[in-house]
Design a protein around this ligand. Structure first.
Ligand code: 5RP
Length: 239
């Protein structure tokens, strides 16, 4: 396993330690979350705990089902105890950029339905300024997307690129929408303001800036050591 993979494994398995019997869980999306799913499946088998899980993407649902993890829907289980998800960037104010895997809309809905959210990241994702290294994903409706793109660029002060797959066709989300990956030349100066401006543009379904949706960050450093970044809420909750 590469160094990058093993750092993802470290945080994925560390997050599983926060799971206990009878929890209602939100399952994020991505390669780091896949390790959490492995750890969760092992924990369920070993400790015989009961959990019910809501997935943020088809990809996660397919993998969770393969591992035998019990799946529910957000309609059946509208209130969750804990969500574990990855992120593309995290800053010291627990603000996130998400959507690298294109699941940001469901990820935000599931995180908002959760009592607490743990974000698991490998090395290099903890940043001084959001948007300085990663393009900000925004989910948009296909209808009139060229017009939405102009608005996003002008009002958001960024350059949006339509995400495509290998064939050159647009990437389609689980919700049937498109993704713009938006470049901010000097990063995002004020994530709250940028989030608010972009969210108000007609045709934008969701913005990949997550605010107040992260309680604890589990990060693996370059040596693969676990580093915890806790909000006061998480310090009390997970004491
Ligand atoms: C998907 C996401 C992912 O959590 C994010 O892209 C991180 O993925 P990975 O763990 O594969 O680096 O936001 O929409």
């Amino acid at each position: 396993m590469s160094k990058e993979q093993s750092s993802k494994q470290v945080v994925g398995y560390a997050a599983a330690e926060y799971v206990s019997d009878n929890m209602r869980l939100g399952l994020g999306t991505g390669s780091t979350v896949a390790f959490f799913l492995d750890a969760l499946a092992e924990k369920i088998a070993k400790e015989k705990i009961n959990v019910v899980c809501v997935c943020t993407s088809q990809e996660t649902e397919d993998y969770a089902k393969k591992l035998g993890i019990p799946i529910s829907t957000l309609t059946e289980t509208p209130h969750l105890d804990l969500t574990v998800d990855g992120a593309d960037e995290v800053d010291e104010e627990f603000r996130l950029i998400k959507g690298g895997g294109g699941a940001l809309l469901r990820e935000k809905i599931v995180a908002a339905a959760s009592e607490s959210v743990i974000i698991i990241i490998g090395e290099g994702k903890y940043v001084d300024k959001l948007g300085s290294g990663f393009l900000l994903p925004i989910e948009v409706l296909p209808f009139g997307y060229a017009s939405t793109k102009t608005q996003v660029g002008q009002k958001g002060g960024c350059t949006p690129y339509l995400r495509t797959i290998e064939s050159g066709e647009p990437f389609i989300t689980d919700n049937g929408n498109y993704i713009f990956d938006c470049k901010f030349d000097d990063g995002i100066d004020n994530p709250e303001v940028t989030h608010s401006i972009l969210s108000q543009i007609a045709g934008v379904a969701e913005v990949g800036i997550f605010l107040n949706l992260c309680d604890l960050v589990l990060e693996a450093d370059a040596e693969g050591n676990l580093v915890k970044h806790s909000t006061d809420y998480a310090r009390n909750l997970f004491a």
